[in-house]
Ligand binder design. Sequence first.
Ligand code: ADP
Ligand code: ZN
Ligand code: ZN
Length: 748
Amino acid sequence: MEKTPAGRFAKIIVDISRESLDKAFDYHVPDTLSGKVVPGVQVTVPFGKGRRTVDGFVIALTDTPSFDPSRIRDILAVKENSVAMEGRLISLAAWMKNRYGGSFNQALKTVLPVKKKVKPVEKKTVVLCVSKEAAVQMLEIFDRKKNKARVRLMSALLQEPQIPYEFVTGKLSVTPASMKKMEEMGLIRIESKEVYRTPLQGNAGRKKSFTLTEEQQAVVDGIRRDEAQAAATSQVFLIHGVTGSGKTEVYMELIAGQVRQGKQCIMLIPEIALTYQTVMRFYSRFGSRISILHSKLSAGERYDQYLRAKRGEIDIMIGPRSALFTPFPNLGLIIIDEEHEPSYQSETVPRYDAREAAIQMGKMAGADVVLGSATPSLESYYAALQGRYHLYKLPHRVHGQKMASVQVVDLREEMEEGNRSPFSRVLQQGIARRLERGEQVMLFLNRRGMAGFLSCRSCGHVIKCPHCDISLSVHRDGKMVCHYCGYEAPLVHKCPSCGSPDIGQFRAGTQKMEELVKKKFPKARVLRMDADTTREKGGHEKILAAFASQEADILIGTQMIVKGHDFPNVTLVGVLAADLSLNVPDYTAAERTFQLLTQAAGRAGRGYKKGEVIIQTYQPDHFAIEDAAAQDYRKFYDEEIQYRSILHYPPVYHLMEFQASSSSQEMAEAYIKRIRRLLDKSRAPVMEKVEAIGPSPAPVAKVKDIYRQRIYLKSKEEDALIAVKDAIELYYSRHPQFAAVSIQFYLR
Ligand code: ADP
Ligand code: ZN
Ligand code: ZN
């Protein structure tokens, strides 16, 4: 008897961005392609009437099509270079589509690396060719001659005898001419090799790790015990460790344990924290069994890294959000460092949260997930306290350095005493003292809150929505608007609290601050780091390197400066206006402020000199400021969670943002109002569990001529929100008259 080959039909998602076509279509697998058509490959198929062909993803094989077999057409070809996508990633895409909305096609594209041929790119490496002793001697000579560039390069090479060329010209700012001289002197050699494949040879991977401190070891042991007890079920761990408590060392130890068992690990870190220092620590421990994904890789290089993972050439993948989709055959552990960072949330559809996606992936792969932070997100800490995650703590710094001392300055008092400059007297004195002593200062200006809230400079009162307790934003038409519920009020010109006319929009820019600092301290060497000064490639790293090598006394910058590097000579961190982030029209404003202030405080006193932090604010009594000053995470958490609970915000409630956008303002508004009416009229039992708020214009209501309107949906039950999302999507697909409107969901 002849056996029918398994999988004579394939379920295919076609690569067309029309929501109404977002379902799997059945196609026949011709004999010539049998065996080549497997889940995950890309194929070309005929589509619609006529001879049109389109690309598609095979998501499953079957012998029983859901369609009359005589009308099913043949797959035309398997696309060249097509590599089967992991079945697990297809399931992850299905989960994403279901949870975050959007099309299956969009979800597949999110998890699937772009397939591109890799151009072998020549990467140059600078190699030390003399003994350490000789290098130290040369270093002393260069130092005496005040040849700073050479000093930088020699001291870097003493730490790591092979350094990527770009790093030397970029971060160390040593010119090619200068290197050429040193090459002629026989000190260094410039080699060409594929840097990302074997970034470091020589002593890579052979460096001894530290002996863990008792506190670190207790965390590692505890996690291993929990893992053993849970057998094969995936566990989630939250490590709450203060800055400098040695979390990275703990991650490396956990990774090493997995690798010994023949398993692989993914470590996510925010792009901005993907510094040379961090990367080097991993290289020197794990050598070439590691790969790094970062934004500077081309699509081809990126794809090459995925292939290496799939073939088992590496054990560890480090990178931002998208590194989660690395197709490891035997994934054991996913680590998410700085898990509170907003960059783990995707800004494009599907708007997934990498922490949630990692936990889902962990479940599917039987891998554990470790989240780590000095300031855990409310979501994660809440889950840990509920017992959904295991909680571990590292309350002390490794070398026993004290946390910096923090002082809060009341800007209202400064005003009263006639100081209208953005620098309080205490801060001015602090800066002057550092300049005298040759120590460095960081001035931090959080620009996140440029949405134009109104505040009183006399009493610090901020105008808020009476329903949502979120600051009202000033609109061009002279109204104040709440971006959650749409509440509007006419613009005020006098403080409703104290009657002062000194009320207005809070505005401050880094450039302005730089000018003012230079005026006040004409002798100081000042560097500025913000979106403007870091636009050019490597700009960010250049500024940090210059500051690290003490080419400047003061670094002024946005939130970019609070992460990553250790500057042992920084003994004063000034937060110029803590209120900017405190009054962002978002329910996470206090949480973000607490995180930023704590991170900023963590920058001071990383060396052996004690650090000091000065926080300037109009709201010194706000609990986020008080708790950050006291560096008391738990107190902050307890206060913030009450607020979330009373106002029905996450993590106590689930929140879904539903957004409609269109180039036609009328369309966007008509559509969203219709949805709101339908929700109100709906007798579906699920609506009893859902609160709808809005519609309201999105914070920047009009971006590039696209109007955006939102409805917020809150519920105790996440499934209720997903059901509402499904209903809205269904309605949308059945009403083509709204084709000019696009919709998006954002579940928090
Ligand atoms: P975190 O990630 O919590 O900020 P790190 O892991 O970066 O902390 O550790 C802070 C510093 O302490 C680093 O310079 C690291 O090399 C060092 N360190 C960490 N663990 C140890 C240890 N067990 N012994 C000696 N030094 C350590
Ligand atoms: Zn006032
Ligand atoms: Zn409101």
